[in-house]
Design a protein around this ligand. Sequence first.
Ligand code: REX
Length: 426
Amino acid sequence: MRLSLERRLAVSAALLALTAGVVPATAAYAAPVTQPAAAAPTAQSQQVTPDMEALAKALQSTLDAGAPGALARYTGPDGVKSKTLGIQDTAHGTPMDVRSRFRIGSVSKTFSSVVLLQLVNEGRVDLDTPVNQYLPRLLPDDRITVRHLLTHRSGLSDYTNAMFENTVPGFEAVRNKVFSYQELVDLSLAEPRTAEPGVSYSYSNTNFVVVGMIIEKVTGKPVEKEYDRRIIKPLKLRNTSYVHPSTVIRGRHAHGYLHPDEDGQPLVDSTEQTVSWAQTAGAVISNAADLSTFMSGLVGGKLLPARMLDMMTTMTPTDAAKTRFYGLGLRRYDLSCGTQVFGHTGTVQGFYTYAFTTRDGKRSLSAMANTSNDGAANTALGGTLEAAFCGKPAAPKSNTAARGPASAPTTAPAPAPAEKDLPERR
Ligand code: REX
């Protein structure tokens, strides 16, 4: 098997990022370094408009790296701006459509986190209570709390690492499988834990599978009912659904194309699958407009009260450069222009997703490429964030407003930072 240089670089960068995240067990119980929630955006960040040329370039680089198609949809005070490139269905040659539905992967974690934090707000779950109090004897360690799950600090290993070691065979083995939550947790528990509870950040799908179990246990309802009642209906997200274990994406949708590990092999149409291997860690379907409505509605306070949002946006760094952070089921990226954006990334076979918004919820970006197992395409797609949020100075509204030294930055945005904290070996 021959990996391309790009792919190998992405793999080693990801391994470095992964190992960097694991702190030795001797540091047990060290309090996580917390960063205060972001301050209100500066006047400067509000004056910026997206650089649609840079955004188109980022999408083109995503295609150059092997994605059949890509889209980005920005919404802000100056309206909605979107760009699509390439193909959403290679069998029919259908061009990418910005309205299309797709699998959002781990952006689903933010949905699960919102439901859980609503339960916390209702006094039905406590963040610092051991998971085993809600799910007796589920975990082998009574010290693992609900907060450890939401912050990826439980030390529970990510069962998907072994599952997808060989990309296409790994995928085909689970494509139509229906797992119980318990089976997924058992896969994780069969592996050594990555650290003592609370010690270090280590991204693991297992955490959000257990979050799903807590939601179902406490509410007595299937999780899709709770997503529906608490998020999808109130925000009128008409293109968002959780259909596990149905394999179909209904309505207008992009097809997903999984990159095989071996160069020269054809892409695998991975659109239809149960996503049972991810469930509450990654099985939601949505589209670009709904993801923006969700993220900006969330940080804009439509789903959680300020106290819960403050908790959700209290972050710890996940990379050595301290430009990437994780809160409670929510990421923060600090962009080169100083703007902070909140949201999540997602990877599910055939789809890469970015869904981010500014802290005031006024500007948001959703971007998707219909491929995966292609680290270079994922990194290129991440470039849409810099293009959209750092952008270029807004055209002056009046002659007087344009004068003076305090206008928005005049330099071109720096290239998008590498996706250091994304496990791009996948
Ligand atoms: C599974 C492997 C990726 C994909 C995964 N996805 O764990 C979760 C997620 C749900 O979205 N996480 C990402 C497969 C990292 C996030 O938070 O952004 N990889 C692929 C392989 C590797 O098969 N051999 O790339 O399609």
